[in-house]
Design a protein around this ligand. Structure first.
Ligand SMILES: NC(=O)C1=CN([C@@H]2O[C@H](COP(=O)(O)OP(=O)(O)OC[C@H]3O[C@@H](n4cnc5c(N)ncnc54)[C@H](OP(=O)(O)O)[C@@H]3O)[C@@H](O)[C@H]2O)C=CC1
Ligand SMILES: O=CCS(=O)(=O)O
Length: 253
């Protein structure tokens, strides 16, 4: 059976992806920092498929390299890497943000993603044709909005890194995709607001955001496309989300 390595499998897209790939019989390598959630997911899915859990922080390059370069044989060949672990912090304007919040986003969304990709690449190269790297970007990587500051910039990195990887991996058979969702109801806003459940509920109330299962379905689709097809970027929004007009600063009347 093919195997998939999913970062950030303790919640949201990552957890839903684990459930989707398990349904199709893929072996799962699941990572995240919250060990008890990883173990609960393992309990849920290990009757269906082989599950390996790796409790780690993607920002810790040594831990990442150590864990991924020592995967048990049973979980090889590695067919798909889903770089999903990530977060937004500080929805307030840039001029009000604590510097540490910017660092946390850069360290997780950029350095973490790079750490995991670097560690997994030798395994994906061994797999060759049909292997995939699926990177969770965001509409925020393409479209600016107030409060997007470093989060949007980190997702722009994900897009360009994905495209550049495509160039270097040409001829290896490895596909690379920047999957860029819009508003999706997960724990994302709870994290962004540092635990404000009311603010999170308010954002999703009265509209129809994407659900984690919608993104899991796209991830499974991308990973199981015929081996000669590469989708470079897939942007997906809820029907009830769109762009808005330019904001203009005007003199008071
Ligand atoms: N929801 C949305 O509207 C959108 C989200 N995205 C992106 O999708 C990805 C998944 O987000 P989503 O499922 O919505 O959010 P969730 O908050 O529900 O899940 C985020 C996951 O990332 C993991 N994670 C965060 N930091 C680290 C870290 N330092 N080391 C390891 N794992 C980490 C968390 O695990 P743990 O805390 O256990 O470590 C968790 O499993 C993110 O990259 C996000 O930016 C993109 C577009 C839209
Ligand atoms: O990446 C998350 C979606 S949004 O909050 O930037 O619209």
């Amino acid at each position: 059976m093919p195997s998939v390595l999913i970062t950030g499998a303790t919640s949201g897209f990552g957890k839903a992806a684990a459930q989707r790939f398990a349904k199709a019989g893929w072996s799962l390598i699941l990572t995240g920092r919250r060990e008890e959630r990883l173990e609960a997911l393992k309990d849920e899915l290990s009757e269906q498929v082989d599950v390996l859990t790796l409790a780690l922080d993607v920002r810790d390059s040594e831990a990442v390299t150590q864990a991924i370069s020592n995967l048990p044989e049973k979980f090889l060949p590695l067919t798909c890497l889903i770089n999903n672990a990530g977060l937004a912090l500080a929805p307030e304007p840039a001029q009000k943000v604590a510097l540490q919040d910017w660092h946390t986003m850069i360290d997780t969304n950029i350095t973490g993603l790079v750490n995991v990709t670097h560690a997994a690449m030798p395994l994906l190269l061994k797999t060759g044709e049909g292997a995939s790297i699926l990177n969770l970007g965001s509409v925020a990587g393409q479209w600016p909005y107030p409060g997007g500051h470093v989060y949007g910039a980190s997702k722009a990195f994900v897009q360009q890194f994905s495209y550049n990887l495509r160039c270097d991996l040409l001829g290896t058979g490895i596909r690379v995709t920047d999957l860029a969702p819009g508003m999706a109801e997960t724990e994302f806003t709870l994290v962004r607001t540092k635990g404000n459940q009311e603010a999170s509920d308010a954002l999703y109330r009265g509209t129809s955001p994407l659900q984690a299962e919608d993104i899991a379905e796209q991830l499974f689709y991308l990973a199981t496309l015929p081996a000669h097809i590469n989708i470079n970027r897939l942007e997906i929004m809820p029907v009830r989300q769109a762009w808005s007009a330019f904001a203009i600063d005007r003199d008071p009347t």
